[in-house]
Ligand binder design. Structure first.
Ligand code: HEC
Ligand code: HEC
Ligand code: HEC
Ligand code: HEC
Ligand code: HEC
Length: 228
């Protein structure tokens, strides 16, 4: 039988019945919910880029190490974004005619960097530093998630203060042996045992192994750690 009302009328009816009370509650909760919603934090939002660079291809499938492109991540506050020259090391030969790589070739020819859109953006009043996190045994995976499965790059975590603090209050469970910092697949379980014990690594074993003490929570949760 033919429908009398177009199905979109259902949603019109729903809006008029539920819309008003929802708007009212919404205006009370709105402030807090919107502030924390992924819409505002940018969490899991895929960012369009001038070139559809894929970590899934380059890291997940080709197995290129993060440091090949993010060269300063171990030594400085910034991980760094690779210059076009790094891409051309391979793409001068490989897939040299690909349309998708047009902007890469153009950038190289004109000696102008590719205008990548930043994915992560902490406010200026927050101090962050990559090198200390890596040195103390926090892996890329803990903060950036499964980059090796991303076609276009997105921010995996909220990057809100409470997210930073949750780990700073008790970093132990997030630490890993230093050889595993760049691994996307290492997990702290029996399948990735400490070779000395054959069991899952404990926090104390990791701290011993990495040979760097972790400061106490009072120090690393003090405001001046991140706001200086
Ligand atoms: C072949 C080069 C290459 C390799 C290898 C690589 N990346 Fe990237 N990465 C890029 C490029 C180019 C961008 C900028 C475009 C984008 O955001 O996708 C980027 C962006 C990122 C960003 C977002 C930066 C921002 O704008 O906030 C993160 C996080 C990141 N990479 C992490 C990693 C991690 C972790 C690894 C290793 C598991 C890795 N990358 C390996 C080239 C690379
Ligand atoms: C403790 C959490 C944490 C760890 C561990 C971490 N990152 Fe980041 N990363 C961040 C945050 C937060 C930002 C945003 C910094 C900003 O906006 O100032 C960021 C930004 C980036 C960027 C953008 C450029 C820059 O330096 O701002 C890249 C690329 C990146 N990370 C790659 C990596 C790679 C590769 C690793 C592992 C070797 C890694 N990150 C480990 C939290 C982390
Ligand atoms: C170590 C070698 C290597 C480096 C370095 C490298 N790539 Fe690639 N890239 C490849 C290979 C191999 C493929 C083909 C992957 C596939 O299809 O499985 C590829 C594929 C691509 C594609 C898809 C092309 C198409 O037509 O499907 C793009 C876009 C791309 N790379 C961009 C970049 C950019 C941008 C950089 C620099 C930040 C870069 N690549 C660095 C090896 C590399
Ligand atoms: C997964 C765990 C984890 C997350 C998430 C994390 N951190 Fe850390 N952070 C650590 C550890 C561990 C240390 C090293 C503490 C030490 O030195 O003993 C550290 C140290 C720091 C330091 C260095 C302090 C100093 O005096 O040099 C700064 C700054 C910092 N973190 C900022 C941040 C900010 C900002 C965020 C959120 C955007 C963040 N961290 C998220 C684990 C984490
Ligand atoms: C481990 C890092 C870290 C520590 C420690 C930290 N903050 Fe923050 N703070 C952040 C980050 C990241 C942001 C930005 C993201 C956000 O707004 O949540 C932020 C944002 C803020 C803001 C502005 C946003 C808002 O919520 O209104 C204020 C105010 C602030 N922090 C105060 C403090 C005070 C006071 C302390 C000490 C009790 C402190 N912070 C300790 C990381 C930190």
């Amino acid at each position: 039988m033919a429908q009398i009302f177009h199905s979109s009328m259902n949603s019109v009816a729903r809006i008029s019945v539920f819309g008003l009370p929802l708007l009212f509650v919404g205006s009370i909760l709105g402030g807090t919910i919107i502030y924390r919603s992924p819409y505002i934090t940018g969490e899991r939002e895929v960012i369009d880029q001038p070139v559809p660079f894929s970590h899934k291809h380059h890291v997940g499938e080709l197995g290129i190490d993060c440091r090949y492109c993010h060269t300063s991540v171990e030594t400085s506050a910034y991980a760094g974004i690779p210059p076009t020259k790094t891409c051309m090391n391979c793409h001068q030969q490989m897939w040299a005619g690909s349309d998708m790589l047009g902007p890469v070739r153009e950038s190289y020819k004109q000696d102008k960097s590719i205008p990548w859109e930043g994915v992560h953006n902490l406010p200026n009043y927050v101090y962050f530093n990559h090198s200390i996190h890596l040195a103390k045994g926090v892996g890329c995976y803990s903060c950036h998630g499964e980059i090796d499965k991303m076609n276009l790059t997105f921010q995996d975590k909220s990057l809100l203060m409470e997210w930073c603090l949750k780990c700073h209050r008790n970093p132990g469970p997030n630490l890993r042996p230093k050889e595993e910092i760049f691994s996307m697949t290492w997990r702290r379980d029996k399948d990735h045992p400490n070779p000395k014990t054959g069991e899952a690594w404990t926090t104390d074993e990791i701290i011993d192994h990495n040979k760097l003490k972790i400061r106490d929570a009072i120090q690393i949760t003090s405001c001046s750690t991140c706001h200086r």
